[in-house]
Structure formats: structure tokens, C-alpha cells
Design a protein around this ligand. Structure first.
Ligand SMILES: Cc1ncc(COP(=O)(O)O)c(C=O)c1O
Length: 460
């Protein structure tokens, strides 16, 4: 047995560097004020460690950059497309594969066909673009997570699972013919990047077969999920990560992927299907809005890089390092007494700012306070996932808070080293010392939709 060492060595060395700007406290205070205390409005050059998202922010390998140079830019039947199609078919075992410019384009095409007035979609948790694309068609999107998985402190190996009983009740209540699809999101992004077990997807497949309902796998983090199945689910220790991912994908009728995550590329998406009739309808839509079926809005070089990324992502050294580095951050914060969603998921650490700043009322956004404090203390950018993002106004204009006031620190793939992460931990330590706050923010301006992106705040 190889010794597991304490030092988390990145399984790569650095060949190109991108300088980071080191800023002072005064500089960051001015930048934050100019951005209306909303880190989305900061310029990236004013950020030292950017943990806003893991989507499209990863670093490509030397093999991928070499692929960029050999990409075939032919309009139809490009070599790069054929390579990508072969890679994806081998992985998914689905006969119809379409490239898209990113995940939500695949969602718009598929749910535009399966959705519409009177249809219901059921999921462990719909990601926000998934929900938006479904609701845009007039259909409804309902999340069914097991009650136990909502407890953020309890350790469950597969907290991302769907609640099968609730899903069946909904199918019966709405009528199987009115179910647009059941969607299983792996890992479950909006629920903390928590994994989904193979047993759960197998049972879900059985349920969908029983009622003749389609099963869609929203699997942009399918490799990270495979890692957890390998670690935590009986019977998978001798299978490779790729075999586990393939086994899970084979259970779906369709697979949607934002390639900006486990595709290890900066842009791209995939829509894969088993049903020929449905594939023909999707093909028509793809040509209308994305491009010809052999590029779907991507350049040949993008497809070349994606084919290579889908190979590299299953490298055991990479996946071990990837999940260990997220866990490393989460475990350190937890050991400092910082309330984190437990266990740590695959791509991000979620901190409960509501618990960290108990004196700040929810309508003064404790999550936004933490997000701003981390930027001020050390130039770290992350995102509030609480009442700024999900808070609502009731019928009488009253404030309805989000269920939790979380802050997400998402780790870009292959970008930061252990010393960067140690720095984040140190900055958290400083923030903890200075957090005796009892006042937060009020919203100075907000747009009608998705306010977290562009709202401006002022101190109460
Ligand atoms: C689970 C999930 N589905 C779909 C999407 C949408 O993908 P994209 O951002 O490429 O449009 C995302 C993006 O974060 C996601 O996490």
C-alpha cells in the first residue's frame, strides 16, 4: 500500500503562469464600494483567489492546448467532432450525441420538447438554469430530496439522492403521462455538491420503467460522483471511475452535460439520447439555434479539447487530488469551528453564514456580509447562496428568507495549489476574529430577476 501523505501535492507541474494581483486592504475596500458590495460586479483583476464558480474556470492540460492547435474547423463532419462523438458514445453508450455551446443550451432544447403547460418535472434538485428552462415552457419543476439529507450536520454517504417515495407519489398524483421527465442531478450541485448513489439511480430507473417515464441524467460532475461511489458504495471498489460513470449513464434515457465542469474545458456542453424519435426533434432544434449537428455552437478546437478533457477527468491521480483538495479546505474550516455543510461535497465548500453571524437578521443578508468580509480580508471572491439569491417577497410585500444563509466556495479545477487553499484558510481565521457584527446590508438597487448577479447593496 502506498503511503497517503499529509501534503496534498498537485499531480501536475506548472508550465504557463497567470499572474495574480496582490492588493491592499484600502484598495479592496474602494473596489468593493464601487461594486456596490456585490463581488459579481468586481473586476477579476481585483480578485486574488476566485472561488465564485467551478464552471468554465478550470485549467486545461498541455495535451488539451495541443489539441486546440490541431482542432479541425470544418463546418460539417470535422475530425474533432468525430473524435468527440466516439469518446462520448464510449462513455455514455447512447447512440445519439449532440454538441452544444454549454449545458443550458442542451436543457433548452430537451425541455422545450419534453415540457410545456401541464407537464411536471421531478428531480433531486433542479439546478437554477434547469428550473428556468423548464418553467419557461410553462411546466413545473419539483424537487424531492430525502428529509434526512436536509440536515447539514449529519453524515450521510449519498446526501444528493432523490427521495424515491416522494417521486412515486408525485408521478401518481400528476399522472405518468404528465411527467415531462425525472431528472437526477449528479452530483447534486444546489444541495452542496453531494453525491448520488448507484443504488438510488438504479431504483429510479425501475420507477421510471414502472410508469413509462423518461429519466434524464444531468451529469456535469459525473466523474466526481464516480469517485464517491468508488469510495462509499459497496461493490464498486474494484471498478474504475470511468466504468462507474458509464454504468450510471447507461441507466438514463438522456444525458445532459455542461462540459465546463468535468469536461475540463472553458466552454461546451453535450446532449445525449437513446430514443431516435426524440433525437430527431432535438436535432431540428439544434440546427435552428445552435449550429449544424457536428459542431452545435462550438469551434472544432473546443471539441478537440473536450474529447481530451473527458479522458483526463477519469485519471485516478487527478480525481483523488480534486476531491481531496475540496475536502482539505472544508475539513480545515470545520476544525476551526466554522459551520460547513457536512460531509464536504465534490466541487465546493458551503459555509453557513447564518450560524457564523447569528446577530445579523436574515433580511440584512449574513451571507453577503461573509462574502464581503472574505474579499476585504484577503481578496477572496465567493458567492452568497442564501436570501440574496433565493429570498422572496410575499403577497403583502413581507420578506421571506431562503431556507439557509449559505456561502459557496467553489474550487476551479487544476487552478489553485495547496498554498492558495492554505491562504484561504488563514483569511477565514482573520475573518473569524473580526466578525463581531450585528448589522448587515440592505439592497440599494435590484433588477426584477436573478438579482444576486447585479444588485447593489449599502451598509445598514
Ligand atoms: C447541475 C448543473 N446543470 C446545468 C448547469 C448549466 O450549465 P451551463 O452553465 O454550462 O449552461 C450547471 C451549471 O453550473 C449545473 O451545475
Amino acid at each position: 500500500m502506498e503511503k497517503v501523505r499529509k501534503t496534498l501535492c498537485e499531480p501536475f507541474r506548472i508550465k504557463a503562469v497567470e499572474p495574480l494581483t496582490v492588493t491592499t486592504n484600502d484598495y479592496r475596500r474602494r473596489a468593493l464600494e464601487e461594486a456596490g458590495f456585490n463581488p459579481f460586479l468586481l473586476r477579476s483583476v481585483d480578485v486574488f483567489i476566485d472561488l465564485l464558480t467551478d464552471s468554465g474556470t478550470g485549467a486545461m492540460s498541455d495535451r488539451q492546448w495541443a489539441g486546440i492547435m490541431t482542432g479541425d474547423e470544418s463546418y460539417a463532419g470535422a475530425r474533432s467532432w468525430l473524435r468527440l462523438e466516439k469518446t462520448v458514445k464510449e462513455l455514455t453508450r447512447m447512440p445519439f450525441v449532440f454538441p452544444t455551446h454549454q449545458g443550458r443550451a442542451a436543457e433548452r432544447i430537451l425541455y422545450g420538447i419534453l415540457g410545456g403547460q401541464g407537464k411536471t418535472f421531478i428531480s433531486n434538485t433542479h439546478f437554477d438554469t434547469t428550473r428556468a428552462n423548464i418553467e419557461f415552457t410553462g411546466a413545473e419543476a419539483i424537487d424531492v430530496m430525502p428529509e434526512a439529507a436536509k440536515d447539514e450536520e449529519v453524515f450521510l454517504p449519498f446526501k444528493g439522492n432523490i427521495d424515491l417515495l416522494q417521486a412515486e407519489e408525485l408521478i401518481l398524483e400528476k399522472g405518468p403521462g404528465n411527467i415531462g421527465a425525472v431528472i437526477i442531478t449528479v452530483t447534486n450541485n444546489s444541495a452542496g455538491g453531494q453525491p448520488v448513489s448507484m443504488a438510488n439511480v438504479k431504483s429510479l430507473r425501475g420507477l421510471c420503467d414502472k410508469y413509462g417515464v423518461k429519466l434524464v441524467i444531468d451529469g456535469c460532475r459525473i466523474a466526481e460522483n464516480a469517485f464517491f461511489v468508488h469510495e462509499r458504495e459497496e461493490g464498486y471498489q474494484n471498478k474504475t471511475y470511468r466504468e462507474i460513470a458509464s454504468e450510471m449513464l447507461a441507466l438514463g434515457d438522456a444525458f445532459i452535460m455542461s462540459a465546463k465542469k468535468d469536461g475540463l474545458v472553458n466552454i461546451g456542453g453535450l446532449l445525449c439520447l437513446k430514443d431516435e424519435n426524440l433525437a430527431q426533434q432535438c436535432r431540428n432544434q439544434l440546427i435552428i439555434s445552435e449550429g449544424f449537428t457536428t459542431y452545435g455552437g462550438l469551434a472544432g478546437r473546443d471539441m478537440e479539447a473536450l474529447a481530451i478533457g473527458l479522458d483526463e477527468v477519469f485519471d485516478p491521480d487527478y480525481l483523488r487530488y480534486r476531491i481531496r483538495s475540496t475536502t482539505y479546505l472544508g475539513e480545515h474550516l470545520r476544525s476551526m469551528g466554522i459551520p460547513v455543510v457536512w460531509p464536504i461535497g465534490g466541487h465546493a465548500v458551503y459555509v453557513d453564514a447564518g450560524k457564523l453571524y447569528p446577530a445579523i437578521p436574515k433580511d440584512q443578508f449574513p451571507g453577503q456580509v461573509l462574502v464581503c468580509d472574505l474579499y476585504l480580508a484577503g481578496g477572496i471572491r465567493c458567492v452568497e447562496v442564501g436570501s440574496v439569491m433565493f429570498g422572496k417577497r410575499g403577497e403583502r410585500g413581507e420578506f421571506i428568507p431562503a431556507p439557509r444563509e449559505l456561502v459557496r466556495l467553489a474550487i476551479p479545477r487544476r487552478v489553485y495549489t495547496q498554498s492558495h487553499i492554505d491562504y484561504v484558510i488563514e483569511v477565514f481565521g482573520d475573518t473569524l476574529e473580526q466578525r463581531q457584527k450585528d448589522r448587515g446590508f440592505r439592497i440599494a438597487w435590484e433588477p426584477p430577476f436573478l438579482r444576486h448577479f447585479t444588485a447593489r447593496f449599502s451598509a445598514v
